[in-house]
Every structure is written in C-alpha cells, then in structure tokens.
Design a protein around this ligand. Structure first.
Ligand SMILES: [Zn+2]
Length: 298
C-alpha cells in the first residue's frame, strides 16, 4: 500500500514538472507549433489517467480487505477442512457415460457390490456415511480406494435435525467423516452429496450459504438425474431395474442413485442386471468426479 502511495506521489510530481516545463516552453516560444502543445497536453492526460488507476487499485485493495475481515466465523472453523477439486476436462460429447452412485454405505452389502463391480470391470462412486464405518467398513473403504472407485461424503449422521440446523453443525459433522476417510484411505475427498439431495426441505434456510462455504473449501456437490427408488416403499428387483431403465436414455451422462445400506440387499442382487442393461444401451461407466458437476436445477 505504501509502495503504491509512493508511486502515486512520484507520478503527481512528474505530472507537475511536465506541465510546468510545458507552460514555460510555451511562454518562451510563443510561436510553438500547435502539434507540440497537443503532445504536452496528451502527456498530462495520460499521467493523470495512470495516477487515477493507481488510486482505484488502492481503493479496491482496501475493499477486498474489508470483505475478508467480514467473513462469517464458520469460515475460520476447521482449518484442515480444505480440499482440491479437479474440474473435469470437457467431456467427450461423442460418448454416453453412466455414473453408478451408492449412498449410505458402507454396509453388509458393500463387499458384494465391490465384487460385482470388480467382476464387471465397472468403476463407481460411493457417498459414505461416517457413522456406518465399522472395522469391516474400513476394509471396504480401502478396497474402494484401491480398486479405482471414488469416495464422496454423505455426512456422518444423516440426521436432518443435526446436520441442517446450522452451517456450523453441518461443518462439524462433515469434518468428522472427512477426517475418518483421510485416516483410513489417505485420500482427501472432494465431492459430496446432501442427504435427500440439494433441494431438500430441511436445509432451505442455509443451503445457499452452505454450498458457497463448501465450494470455498474446495468441495463440489453432486445430485442425481436417475433414481433406482430402491430405498422408498417396497422395491422389487423389477421396480429397481425398471426405474433406472425408464429415465436412463433421457441423459447422455446419467447419474444413477442407488443405496448401499443394510436394507438394500436387493440392489446388490440386481446390480449385475443393472450393469448389463446399461451396457446394452451403449453406455460406458466412469466415476462421478470425472463428470461435470450436477445439482438439481430447481
Ligand atoms: Zn442418504
């Protein structure tokens, strides 16, 4: 700032000097050509512009300093809760790519799901619940990391009255599972999914500020555009497969929501058929962090 002030003063002195010399020159030589007078005026105007710009930059610096000071207190919480999200390159528009996603795991079904994915050579994405991580669950997470799947965060508790009552409480919950996954796998998670999606009724009051804060820390939110509806009502193998099939082809890059919880063993059982059906329709598979971010447009 002092440096800029000095530059400003130096410019002002130069301007005064040039203008004085110009007027002196004019007095001494009244026959001075009009072109030369214009040149001196031009120099003066240019210097004034530079001086003005310097002062504007200085003012902007002060404004951004004030904004930094005014950031809410929750921005100072959990100084380790930062990550780097690598924005995917432009997706190859000639391809159709499906993204299988499993929420709420790990569970008793995770090993089966991982076995099927391995057998079919399909990468997938798991949005993990910290509270569901048992000793076996830790082994599941290590397998996910080692077998080319992507791990995302789905909160620690999944309890709406705990995670959505304030940004501070959400960060507290999120930080717990973020640190768990880092300790187990050595990976820093960069994607997350809200329980009930980003437009759920519980988080309305804080949603916008919360997503801004998460993005400021490097985390990107992903919803889905195809749902297996395997965690509502009484799903059957047919309903799970049909729910995916009916919406799949509306999208070249479908994000398929399924669940990996103890009550969803049917999903694991029907998974080979789901993969075959999607392949037959000409889709390849990839992990969600390779797809451009998607949040519900409503
Ligand atoms: Zn969930």
């Amino acid at each position: 700032m002092y440096h800029k002030l000095n530059v400003g003063i130096a410019l002002m002195i130069s301007l005064i000097l040039i203008l004085s010399i110009a007027s002196l020159y004019k007095k001494l030589d009244l026959e001075n050509s009009k072109a030369e007078t214009v040149w001196y005026e031009y120099q003066g105007v240019e210097l004034l512009a530079i001086l003005e710009n310097t002062l504007v930059v200085e003012e902007e610096d002060e404004i951004s300093q004030t904004i930094t000071e005014d950031l809410p207190d929750y921005t100072k919480m959990y100084p380790d809760l930062y990550t780097v999200y690598q924005m995917p390159k432009q997706m190859d528009l000639g391809k159709k790519i499906a993204y299988l996603t499993f929420d709420d795991g790990p569970s008793d079904n995770t090993f089966d799901i991982l076995d099927i994915l391995q057998e079919k050579d399909v990468p997938a994405t798991f949005f993990i619940l910290g509270s569901a991580i048992t000793d076996e669950g830790e082994a599941c997470l290590r397998r996910m990391a080692n077998e080319g799947h992507t791990i995302g965060i789905h909160t620690y508790s999944h309890m709406c009255n705990e995670i959505y009552c304030s940004i501070e409480r959400y960060l507290d919950d999120f930080n717990t599972v973020y640190q768990q996954i880092y300790e187990i796998t050595g990976r820093r998670v960069s994607i997350y999914r809200f329980p009930w999606g980003s437009n759920n009724g519980y988080s309305k009051e804080i949603k916008e500020a919360l997503m801004d804060e998460m993005e400021r820390r490097g985390f990107i939110c992903y919803d889905w555009n195809v749902s297996a509806n395997d965690s509502v009502g009484k799903p059957t193998a047919y309903s799970i497969l049909h729910n995916i099939e009916k919406d799949l082809e509306q999208h070249n890059y479908p994000i398929i929501l399924m669940h990996d919880s103890v009550i969803n063993d049917l999903t694991a059982r029907v998974l080979p058929d789901i993969i075959e059906m999607i392949r037959e329709k000409g889709y390849e598979f990839d992990t969600l962090d390779h797809r451009e971010p998607y949040q519900f447009p409503w």
